[in-house]
Design a protein around this ligand. Structure first.
Ligand code: PRX
Length: 630
């Protein structure tokens, strides 16, 4: 393929990459998908197994409540496991795992399916049936994907809560999902210490009353409280006779829910994004295959956490749908030394490595000597996700880790989109900091306030104009919010919440969130969550949180707090408040700075004007203050 000459800083793929790529000519595939995007997705869907075919690829009669592959029967787990076990992939490794303390485990497709079946039998024996919700709160251990897949096997809906969250965040998510079962572990190794997950779960269960059974994986062997009649050990259950024997897979409708995943939005508590078996399966399968250019012999490592959408789509479902061997690592990248990741790439011969800009910036700080000590020549592709990658970090990643020959797939997407949306494929020329172009079959645009497309290099709202199979179906229990948040600004058009610009070559550049979502180290947090955690402290009357640029984390949380009448500022109060937020939500939400103030800028209707706080903190002009009350 000959690519036209592009402007700016461009990295062209080498001939070998293009020649071997699954998509040697992106433009041809994109043109085909543009002509008939339903035909494109249908062709991809046909590569997977369905127990009964669809009668319609897309049902848009109740848009934006779109339905995909209506009438089809499937189960994503069948395509992740059973389909491979029936072939020569049976004994191929599905998962290789290393614990932070050096523990090791590997599971072939056969073994993973066996364990998933056993655990599915256990879940059934607890009385769980199709549609029931199960909360999973664990460290990065193989039992986490096993638990997710076991839920899906019986048609239960998993709600994974990131192991870095703590009490209030977990309690809210359990309560909202009305989960009857919680699957957790005694603890997780992180930076040489043990995070007491079971203890945090116990505290959360005091606040959320729906859970009847708690299944606990023994990871660390630390003493934990086991409540009689409620708590059971995973390994004991897995060895009971009820666990063995064939497990009947629940054959589900393509539109039956697969999982819900809580994510922070503009207002109030985090909302659960709902994804379904059929469309999500087709979207993650296809994007994984083309973007990461999956080959039979690959060893792939996504260093995210399974508790976020990246882990759902591209640690668990996407790789398994493609029959890939994945690597999973429990701990921190810098433990015991800053070469841990590079050491494991060498040790396991990783070919494709996918991480976040914040991690790259963090490791870049330690210098080139750490990665240079290791043989990273197995790598052929790199990936980035979660926030815009600054060109400096991109170039370091490309040069020092990728040795100038690994294309970087900068993938823009969201919990809501379920799959990559703006992303290159390895044969596309790259520009550091740009995710290049919308994936084939997607119609995306950048609009101004009036809904008109903006000009070249002008900033505007990033939107998606046609449906895609892995799109969220709704917000759990809140269809009105789904309409309001995503589909009301421009009717019929999906609002991403990001601002972006498009350059003269049609390449997209993400600028950042335009709502009250703050991306801290690529983690998504809402100002409302942080504020409500602050207000739950006895001394606090009111709080406002904003995100300010931060060199390593992308953004850092700054908070402003008004104390209750009679509360006095004392030494250590600010530190106490920071700790309080970390205890309630998780260490990632700990504000970098808290200022005690007497008043907050508000509109006449009482809404906090965070824009004004932000401008003041950055020494900028706050703009139009017509609505400011005080
Ligand atoms: O602001 C964008 C940013 O992350 C948001 C979605 O966050 P979340 O739902 O947690 O999913 C993160 C992982 C898919 C987006 O609205 N974002 C994600 N990927 C990128 C990005 N910003 C710039 N470049 C990316 N590659």
């Amino acid at each position: 393929m000959t690519e036209e000459k592009l402007s700016g800083d461009v990295f062209y793929p080498d001939e070998e990459t293009v020649a071997k790529a699954r998509v040697p000519d992106w433009h041809a595939l994109a043109a085909e998908a543009e002509q008939d995007y339903l035909g494109f997705w249908e062709r991809e869907a046909k590569e997977l197994h369905w127990f009964a075919p669809w009668n319609q690829v897309l049902d848009d009669t109740q848009q934006p409540f779109y339905k995909w592959f209506t009438g089809a029967l499937t189960n994503i787990v069948y395509n992740c496991l059973d389909r491979h076990v029936a072939t020569a992939r049976r004994n191929k490794l599905a998962l290789i795992w290393e614990g932070e303390n050096g523990d090791f485990k590997s599971l072939s497709y056969f073994a993973l399916r066996r364990d998933v079946c056993r655990f599915a039998n256990v879940l059934r024996s607890l009385g769980l049936v199709k549609g029931d919700r199960v909360t999973i709160y664990m460290g990065r251990i193989p039992e986490l994907p096993i638990a997710m897949l076991a839920c899906a096997t019986i048609g239960a809906v998993h709600s994974v809560v990131f192991g870095g969250f703590t009490v209030e965040a977990l309690a809210d998510r359990i309560e909202d999902s009305q989960s009857k079962v919680l699957i957790t572990c005694d603890g997780a190794y992180q930076r040489g210490k043990i995070v007491p997950l079971k203890q945090i779960a116990d505290e959360a269960l005091h606040r959320a009353g729906t859970v009847e059974s708690v299944l606990v994986v023994k990871r660390t062997g630390e003493e934990v409280n086991m409540e009689q009649g409620r708590d059971m050990w995973f390994h004991e259950l897995m060895n009971l006779p009820i666990a063995s024997g064939p497990c009947k897979m629940e054959i589900v409708d393509a539109e039956d829910p697969l999982f819900m995943l809580y994510t922070s939005g503009t207002t109030g508590k985090p909302k659960a994004i709902l994804h379904t078996h059929g469309g999500y399966m087709v979207g993650t399968y296809t994007t994984m295959k083309y973007v990461f250019d999956i080959r039979e012999e690959d060893r792939y490592w996504c260093a995210a956490d399974p508790g976020w959408i990246t882990g759902h789509s591209y640690i668990v479902y996407g790789p398994l749908l493609n029959g890939t061997t994945s690597f999973l690592y429990e701990g921190a990248p810098t433990y015991p030394y800053p070469n841990r990741w590079w050491q494991m790439i060498e040790k396991y011969g990783i070919n494709i490595f996918y991480t976040a800009p914040t991690a790259i910036r963090g490791l870049m700080r330690f210098g080139d000597a750490w990665p240079n000590r290791h043989d990273l020549s197995s790598l052929r592709l790199l990936g980035s996700v979660g926030e815009p990658i600054n060109p400096e970090a991109w170039k370091w990643y490309h040069r020092v880790i990728g040795k100038d020959h690994c294309p970087i797939m900068d993938t823009w997407w969201q919990t809501e989109t379920g799959m990559f949306m703006i992303t290159p494929v390895p044969s596309l020329p790259l520009k550091p900091g740009s995710g290049t172009r919308p994936f084939p079959g997607l119609q995306m645009d950048i609009l101004n306030e009036e809904g008109q497309p903006v000009g070249t290099n002008e900033e505007g709202y990033l939107v998606i104009k046609n449906p895609w199979p892995a799109m969220m179906r709704t917000l759990y229990k809140d269809p009105e919010k789904y309409l309001e948040l995503y589909w009301s600004k421009y009717p019929g058009i999906y609002l991403t919440g990001d601002s972006a610009r498009r350059d003269e070559d049609g390449y997209y550049w993400i600028i950042g969130r335009v709502d009250d979502v703050i991306k801290v180290s690529g983690y998504r947090l809402g100002t409302a969550e942080i504020e409500s955690a602050l207000v739950s402290h006895h001394a606090v009357a009111e709080a406002a949180a904003i995100g300010l640029p931060h060199e390593l984390q992308g953004n850092a949380i700054h908070a402003y707090v008004i104390l209750k009448v009679g509360e006095k500022v004392h030494d250590g109060l600010v530190e106490e408040l920071r700790k309080h937020v970390a205890h309630e939500i998780g260490p990632i939400a700990r504000p970098e700075k808290i200022e005690i103030v007497d008043s907050l800028p508000k509109t006449r209707s009482g809404k906090i004007m965070r824009r004004v706080l932000k401008a003041r903190a950055l020494g900028q002009d706050p703009g139009n203050l017509a609505t400011l009350e005080e």
